[in-house]
Ligand binder design. Structure first.
Ligand code: SF4
Length: 385
């Protein structure tokens, strides 16, 4: 039998400690039903029966990266077939196409500061008239707004100044914490050759986003060799950031899936039950947070996560692949809608910024959103269906 005291405390709006969370995790391993039920109740209390997603196009701006994470298939070396370096013209064309597909979000993704390592990246920037990837992203974001799309940039650890600049055009930004464990940066571990994934660097970038009041999407990657305690510490690190700055708009829980061309190709996928316990535990640790799992990474069972605490499917593209997980295509939005309905939930299209954070962005950005926004701060149905 589970010790229900901590779970009852959460239902009575009391906070739990990381030690309580560790105990809940241990007990849930043999019987997760009480944890799942608590997560479900909290989800209903704070999020009703709505599940959201963002209709996006994924702009793979440049996928060279100065770091190497051993699970990553996104990163490309010069000369590789998957290398992407979008020109201004390609960005413009893709924006037009995205609009045709009725996308709302322009997700701009790059590797970590590619120009620091690669001459090819420096040449690409020069050809397009920019000194840094961040400068190029600011330009691309303006193009997106002109086309009626809303930018959300995820370009690794940007500096305070770079984020301040991007805040003018981006309604929100993304930076995965991945995990706050130093151990995962040691020799033989996934983040050993990824200086930007060192927890103090990631947390500093997230702190800077907090100081700048940028609505941030962050999250953790589950199943990369971490311990449950390290997951719990990471969740509490995110919770602490949010308590300090109030700007964490959502937490992505991403289950590891091995990629054939990486050093971790033989590592097992995150076990579903373990993943579900972490999802439910996240809801219990942060009852009011927007919690997301990517449905393409659990293609057969994603709808079952609605009963363990999630309230968002993240960005779904009808147009572009998920370049981070290219072997997992996104389910059709129609199918997600059907499956959400079957599970008792209404699917709504949100902006890349959640309504709770609208006051964080400029009047100019809000005015652009207002053109397609409904009374609840979601995208009006006729603009995305
Ligand atoms: S996960 Fe990000 S930081 Fe790590 S290698 Fe891939 S692109 Fe670079």
């Amino acid at each position: 039998m589970l010790d229900s005291e901590s779970l009852n405390n959460v239902l009575e709006d009391k906070m739990i400690s990381s030690q309580d969370a560790a105990e809940i995790f241990q007990k849930a391993k043999s019987n997760p039903s009480e944890l799942f039920l608590t997560a479900q109740k909290l989800r209903s209390r704070f999020k009703g029966n709505t599940v959201t997603f963002s209709k996006k196009a994924f702009f793979n701006i440049i996928n060279m990266c100065r770091d190497t994470c051993t699970y990553c298939t996104y990163k490309a070396e010069p000369g590789e077939e998957k290398l992407s370096m979008m020109s201004k013209e390609q960005i413009k064309q893709m924006l037009k196409l995205s609009k045709k597909y009725r996308c709302v979000e322009a997700l701009f993704v790059t590797g970590e500061r590619p120009e620091q390592k690669y001459q090819e990246a420096r040449d690409w920037l020069k050809e397009n008239g920019f000194k840094s990837t961040a400068e190029y992203l600011a330009f691309a974001s303006e193009l997106a707004l002109d086309e009626g799309l809303f930018p959300h940039t995820n370009a690794g650890n940007l500096t305070f100044e770079e984020m301040r600049e991007l805040k003018k055009t981006n309604v929100s930004m993304g930076l995965m914490l991945e995990n706050s464990s130093e151990r995962l940066t040691e020799k033989g571990m996934p983040h050993y050759l990824a200086a930007s994934k060192r927890p103090e660097q990631r947390l500093e970038a997230l702190e800077n986003a907090g100081k700048l009041k940028i609505p941030m999407t962050t999250g953790i990657l589950i199943g990369i060799g971490e311990t449950p305690e390290e997951v719990i510490e990471s969740l509490f690190a995110i919770k602490d950031l949010h308590e300090k700055y109030g700007n964490i708009q959502e937490v992505i829980l991403q289950n590891f899936q091995p990629k054939p061309d990486t050093l971790m190709k033989d590592f097992p996928s995150a076990a579903e039950n373990y993943f579900k316990i972490i999802v439910a535990l996240s809801r219990v640790i942060m009852p009011e947070m927007n919690i997301q799992i990517p449905p393409n990474l659990s293609p057969k069972s994603y709808q079952s996560f609605l009963s363990v605490g999630i309230n968002d499917w993240g960005g779904i593209s009808p147009l572009t692949p998920d370049y981070v997980n290219p072997e997992f295509s996104w389910p059709e939005i129609k199918k997600i809608d059907e499956n959400s309905k079957k599970a008792g939930f209404d699917l709504k299209c949100r902006f890349p910024i959640y309504p709770e954070f609208f006051s964080f962005i400029s009047k100019e950005l809000r005015e652009k959103m207002a053109l397609i926004e409904d009374k609840e701060g979601m995208v009006r149905e006729e603009y995305w269906r």
